[in-house]
Design a protein around this ligand. Structure first.
Ligand code: KIV
Ligand code: ZN
Length: 523
């Protein structure tokens, strides 16, 4: 096996905040994007694709702020092959210590047909736009979108043009998740063999998971010579998502014997960032997801447990601590003190200031009163709920009582505090959650459409907390809300109100376009 210090470095390019956030419904707030970018930077990701600056004022501001706060990572913005896009991208990323412009155009026959460009016209556009980007920034990445369905001769031709125009990284996207591992490797090998100047640049691989092969395709590309993997936390991304960062990084670590490459990622930060991305995007991680799923390290069957007790290596190819999971799920209860809570939260990745701890402690005690044993997952849900209920929220659930029975309709008595004033209402519905939502809607009328309503039990047992995610859409604005409570209906109402608070912020930001800027209260 090659000495680790001599092994080739594979750059990790994280696009959670661009390709991941592009996934319908995964919209993050400005503050959440900054938080995730800081965590990525801290965990040792080499390049952070922070957004698509021309897409909206919000995207521009987020990329700019991430560029300003970045400490180590290269900060990259995406731009179409158009000069105004590239200028706008540069405006945002130029604030970074190490900026990068990433420009792209669809090169496959299907994608060439969209702008109706001939092969020659597109080649000219690539030359012009990459040259322009390189005149602004020393670090330029170029992508032939849908590369895996582009004719090989044409792909070689345009990659050569981009290199000659100054691209320093050439990214090969499998935009529709169509390729297979051998083909992914052959494509990189072919480009490295046929394109003049290929040895002077870095080849990147960008895979989508439509056929469940994104991780395998990315690793195959690396074995063939790619030295940058584009990926997202939890594999977040449009449709079936992108290559999952945690999967490629851990595969390179665990199977370093046959894939002798190094990354700069501190893998012990993986679980915390995975949980944060799941929380802020509203996309929960499937239980059996590789590396970060709730069951990824659970050994339930008798045979497994017996083997694990004798020697953990019997069934475990990596340790929970490798990704930052603590070996013990130390139970907390109503007698646990503030210091124990602080230590436990620190272990879980939450380093709280005294005033924050004070607030969380009150909520922890309330939870411990209702629930005998408070597990790690309960505390994570509580932290998520605390984060989703900042003092800035204009609407809060003060009181909720629902009358249930076998006969519909159910009815809900609700008091909301809106801008500091209490408003009370009663509403009925088809089931307790419907009744509670109707009550909220009576007090805060709106036309937002509920796109998703999801409930998860945090732990086992009938006293388990429920975490609820709600996604709503109004005039193209998509917002998510989350909450946790031992009472599913209360968690639902709070998640709904959380989403509404976010909608109000979005409406206010869009207020200058003459549309409704604030909500109407009916009491
Ligand atoms: O999937 C894709 O082709 C992309 C490009 C913009 C790189 O995300
Ligand atoms: Zn993509």
């Amino acid at each position: 096996m090659t000495d680790k210090t001599e092994q080739d470095r594979v750059l990790i390019f994280d696009t959670t905040l661009r390709d991941g956030e592009q996934s319908p419904g995964a919209t993050m707030t400005h503050a959440e994007k900054l938080e995730i970018a800081a965590l990525l930077d801290e965990m040792g990701v080499d390049i952070i694709e922070a957004g698509f600056p021309i897409a909206s004022e919000g995207d521009f501001e987020a990329v700019k702020a991430i560029a300003q706060q970045s400490q180590n990572a290269v900060i990259c913005g995406l731009a179409r092959a158009q000069l105004p896009d590239i200028d706008r991208c540069w405006e945002a990323v130029r604030h970074a210590k190490r900026p990068r412009i990433h420009t792209f155009i669809g090169t496959s026959p299907l994608h060439r047909a969209i702008p109706n460009l001939s092969q020659d016209e597109m080649a000219e556009r690539i030359h012009q736009t990459v040259t322009h980007a390189r005149n602004l920034c020393d670090n330029v990445q170029w992508s032939p979108m849908d590369a895996t369905r582009t004719e090989h001769d044409y792909l070689c031709r345009v990659v050569e043009i981009a290199i000659k125009a100054g691209a320093t990284t050439i990214n090969i996207p499998d935009t529709v998740g169509y390729t297979a591992p051998r083909e992914s490797a052959d494509l990189i090998r072919m480009l490295k063999e046929r394109v003049p100047g290929a040895d002077d640049i870095v080849f990147a691989t960008h895979c989508h998971n439509d056929l469940g092969m994104a991780t395998a395709n990315a690793l195959a590309a690396v074995e063939a010579g790619a030295r940058q993997i584009e990926c997202t936390i939890n594999g977040l991304g449009e449709r079936a998502g992108n290559t999952a960062l945690e999967e490629v990084v851990m595969a390179l670590k665990v199977r370093n014997d046959i894939m002798p490459f190094q990354t700069g990622v501190d893998t012990t930060k993986i679980i915390h960032i995975s949980r944060r991305v799941a929380a802020v995007s509203g996309f929960p991680v499937q239980f059996n997801k590789a590396i970060v799923g709730k069951n990824a390290f659970a050994h339930e069957s008798g045979i497994h447990q017996d083997g694990m007790l004798k020697n953990a290596e019997t069934f475990e190819i990596m340790r929970p601590s490798d990704i930052g999971l603590k070996e013990t799920n130390l139970v907390m209860g109503k007698h646990s003190g503030r210091a124990a809570l602080r230590a436990k939260l620190k272990d879980l990745g939450y380093d709280l200031a005294d005033n924050q701890l004070k607030d969380v402690f009150v909520r922890f005690k309330a939870l411990a009163d209702r629930k005998k044993e408070v597990y790690d997952d309960d505390l994570i849900a509580l932290m998520r709920d605390t984060a989703s209920d900042p003092d800035g929220d204009r609407i809060r659930v003060k009181f909720l009582r629902v009358i249930c029975g076998t006969e519909a309709p159910q009815s809900a008595d609700l008091t909301l505090t809106i801008d500091g004033e209490d408003h009370q209402v009663t509403a009925t519905g088809d089931g307790p959650v419907d009744a509670a939502f109707n009550a909220v809607k009576k007090l805060v009328p709106h036309n937002a459409r509920l796109q998703l309503y999801q409930v998860h039990a945090v732990t086992e047992g009938t006293d388990a907390q429920a975490t609820v995610s709600v996604r709503m859409e109004e005039e193209g604005r998509i917002v998510t809300g989350q909450s946790a409570d031992t009472d599913t209906v209360v968690a639902s109402a709070k998640a709904y109100v959380h989403a509404l608070n976010r909608l109000l912020v979005r409406r206010e930001k869009a207020g200058t376009d003459g549309k409704e800027v604030s909500y109407k209260v009916v009491s």
